[in-house]
Design a protein. Structure first.
Length: 296
């Protein structure tokens, strides 16, 4: 692993509760939190996306509970409140949301200082400012108790997806919240998933601090259909042992479709939530997000 990185204080401005101002049509700001409770077999992915050029915001909530998965979307002129959901942000300390119609009430508390990716997530013209932090989420979903682990993130910048084929993100956390791992790999549109990714980046946070992996220390093993089977990070292997649930969708709107002239692409997501096991740290839980650009 590379040298440990210095993380900003958890209460410093780095998670502004407002979007940046930009006239770039593909500039977007996001605030997200996702967590998995493998014991109750529940999971969620809460996502706010704001397009500065239009001022429009999309609220998206994906839930796995009671043996099924669903996703609700709505659009709003206000950042944190809509007819679907109400969100409260307390800097990097806390991300809370409520959906009264489905009796959902979640508090997501950060486990460590936020990790500043800076401009490490790059591929051609795709380059974002990005922060991440492991979290412990508690509350209820449909009246059922939720007690899980996952991640919060905040990203901002232009998202032109021309030339991108598949973006794969693997997030796993120990159940006590002491270890958080996130890996991101990008395959270009002409790079098969069986090949090495064109861009690879990953971090691991432990009580000893945060380390960033070298590209050759990051590996993803896949099944023949492309679904992730395990993550290699340095000397550790994190296996995905039990799927809690999954959901496939194409975003209703995403301000990033400025691909090549005449090129029409559809950006789809496959989210899978897992229980897992690390050879080094034991039981874990998390999710895999695969974003795929395919011809429309």
């Amino acid at each position: 692993m590379t040298e440990r990185i210095q993380s900003p204080p958890i209460d410093q401005p780095g998670h502004p509760e407002r979007p940046f101002q930009s006239t770039d049509p593909v500039w977007s700001d996001t605030w997200a939190t996702a967590a998995v409770d493998p014991d109750s077999k529940q999971a969620f992915n809460m996502h706010i996306l704001c397009n500065s050029a239009t001022g429009k915001t999309r609220h998206s909530l994906l839930v796995v509970s009671g043996g099924r998965a669903w996703r609700d979307d709505t659009y709003t002129d206000t950042l944190l409140h809509s007819d679907l959901i109400d969100v409260e942000l307390d800097g990097w300390r806390r991300y809370s949301f409520k959906q009264k119609s489905r009796d959902i009430d979640i508090d997501s508390l950060s486990n460590h200082e936020p990790i500043d990716f800076k401009k490490l997530l790059t591929f051609k013209n795709f380059s974002l400012g990005h922060f991440e932090v492991g979290c412990h989420a508690t509350g209820r979903i449909g009246g059922r108790t939720f007690d899980g682990v996952g991640l919060r993130d905040r990203s901002f910048g232009p998202r032109p997806l021309g030339g991108v084929g598949t973006v794969t993100t693997v997030i796993m956390c120990t159940m006590d919240g002491t270890v958080s791992v996130a890996a991101n790999v990008v395959h270009g549109s002409h790079t098969p998933l069986a090949n090495d990714a064109d861009t690879r980046f990953a971090f691991k946070n432990t009580p000893e601090g945060t380390v960033v992996a070298k590209p050759d220390e990051i590996g993803i093993r896949r099944f023949p259909d492309g679904i992730v089977e395990s993550l290699r990070l340095g000397d550790d292997i994190i296996s995905l042992t039990e799927e809690i649930g999954h959901y496939t969708y194409a975003p209703h709107w995403y301000p990033s479709l400025d691909t090549s002239p005449g090129e029409r692409r559809v950006y789809g997501h496959l989210l899978r939530f897992y229980a897992g096991h690390s050879k080094q740290y034991g039981r874990m839980a998390g999710m895999v997000d695969m974003g795929v650009l395919s011809p429309s």
